[in-house]
Structure formats: C-alpha cells, structure tokens
Design a protein around this ligand. Structure first.
Ligand SMILES: [Zn+2]
Length: 296
C-alpha cells in the first residue's frame, strides 16, 4: 500500500473552529508526534526523529481521520542508558541537542493527555521518532492516566510499527532511508566521509550502515509505518464512544496522578541502564546523569 501526503488540513494549529469540530465529530482521535533535535551524522538534519513522526501522523490522519496535535519537539535524553550510548557514538563533543529529563517530559505528557481530554478527544495515538526506551515510560504514564479517565492511548516508537519487517536503528540504513524519502533535501550523502575527518564533531552518531540507505527503502519503511498507524487508528475509532460527554480534568487532579507516578520514578526505563549495558566511563561528560534521579 502506498500512501501519499495530500493537501487536506489535519493539523490542530491550522484548522479553523468549524473545520476542527467537523473533523473531531467525525473522528475524535488526536495524534501526538514526538521527536527531538539530536545528532544523526554529518549527512542528516538534526530533526530526523521529529520530521518522520510528523509525517507518519499527518498521512495517517489524512487516511484514517483525526487531528494532529502540536508536535512535542523536545525529548528525553542524557539519563540512564543514554549516557553510555552518547559516550560511544558522540564522544565528548557537544551534540547540539534538544534534550530534557524524564521527569519534565513525562509530567508535561500527562498535561498533554489532559489537554486532549478537555478538548473533546476520546483517543490518542503517540508516535515517537525517538526510540530506545522512552516509549516504555510514556506507556507507564498513559496506563496510569487510563486507569482514572475515559481515554484510550496507544504509544509507538516508529520501529515498533514495523518490527516484523524492518529493524530500527540510529542514523543508519533504516533512519537515513526514512528521511531520504520524506525530505531528500535534508540529507547530504556527500558529507559521509566527515565522520572520519571532522576533528570537531567526529562520528556524530552516524550509523555504521548509513551508506546503504536509499529513498526506495525509506518509502517502504514509511509506508509500513503509516499502514500500521492507520490500523491502530481504526481499532481505536471502533472502540470509542463518540458521544460520551467531555469531563473536564483539573490541574489538581493531574498533580495527584503525577505524585503517584513520580513515587515509582526509580524504576522508570529512562533513569536506568538497559539490562547488560556497560556503563559510561568515569571520565565521560555523560557520566553524571547515568544514575541521577531528582529528589521529589
Ligand atoms: Zn533518530
């Protein structure tokens, strides 16, 4: 199945009130694209994760219905398993990235779910272009929210959408192909040898098989991602009560829920190393947040 982006408006920020209500009445489903700016080698734009998440959501909404929420363009990084990963693929250079800690992102995410509920949505699809483990913590927050409120939330990092067919990576064949297909103007393969020559930035997190990337592969991966997102959307739409009245959630209620979630924060995936993962070296600039958890 090939999906092609068209000109129909599906973004909350671009819709007029009558257009918003018409779309929402037909399909009270909201999509939240998530990503961040982080290194993807010298050949790629920083925003790869964000750009693919937005694209998948936009085409899925055009196909299956629903509205795209404003993108969450900052994401969890530096903590737990990210620390040795950064040491390995970025080294000690400045990664020029838009990173925030888990407690801030997840607290905000809870308020984003509240905003979707209060604006009349009945179901949410979160597509995170940033994978690696943050999606587990997003699911933790969503499941606590769903225990208390009548909202259905599905969360996927994009490699999870295609896990039977393709293996996700970081700035390798998988990811670079995705951006080559969506935004060929944001990839410059002529810069690929800079990973060996650039004394300031070095490898800059490029995947070892990035040179095998192609727009043809990217097209297949992205179409598969959209296809699975549409399937999830269809299931959600069939399972929700479109006519259920909006029950407003207050700030205080969210803060109560947050306290409950934060009490368990030491177990969050994003504060911890992955099983069997080697820790960062003592001298690494990334060491400091490997085990760091804020006091409540
Ligand atoms: Zn990425």
């Amino acid at each position: 199945m090939e999906y092609i982006r068209n000109n129909s408006k599906v973004k909350w920020m671009e819709l007029l009130p009558d257009e918003f209500l018409e779309r929402q009445n037909n399909c009270p489903l909201v999509y939240l694209p998530m990503g961040l700016c982080e290194p993807h080698g010298h050949i790629s734009a920083f925003g790869l994760d964000t750009i693919k998440a937005e694209y998948i959501c936009e085409v899925a909404a055009q196909e299956a219905g629903g509205i795209i929420a404003p993108t969450q363009g900052y994401h969890i990084h530096e903590t737990g398993y990210h620390a040795p990963w950064l040491e390995e693929v970025v080294g000690e250079v400045n990664p020029y990235m838009a990173s925030i800690p888990p407690n801030i992102l997840l607290h905000l995410f809870l308020y984003q779910l509240r905003a979707f509920n209060n604006a009349g949505f009945k179901a949410v699809i979160v597509i995170s272009g940033h994978a690696g483990g943050n999606q587990e913590d997003l699911r933790l927050v969503a499941s606590t929210f769903m225990e208390h409120y009548n909202m259905k939330v599905e969360i996927r990092a994009d490699p999870e959408l295609v896990k039977e067919k393709y293996e996700g990576d970081h700035a390798g064949k998988y990811e670079i192909s995705q951006l080559m297909y969506i935004r060929p103007d944001l990839i410059d393969m002529s810069k690929i040898s800079r990973q060996f020559k650039d004394e300031t930035l070095g490898r800059f997190a490029l995947g070892t098989d990035a040179s095998e990337a192609s727009p043809e592969l990217g097209k297949k991966i992205i179409n598969s991602c959209i296809n699975e997102t549409c399937r999830i959307a269809g299931n959600l739409i069939r399972s929700i009560d479109k006519k259920a009245p909006v029950k407003t959630i207050d700030f205080e209620q969210i803060e109560e829920l947050w306290k409950k979630i934060a009490r368990e924060q030491r177990d969050w995936t994003t504060w911890n190393l992955h099983k069997g993962q080697n820790p960062a070296g003592e001298g690494s600039r990334w060491k400091k947040y490997e085990r760091w958890v804020p006091s409540l």
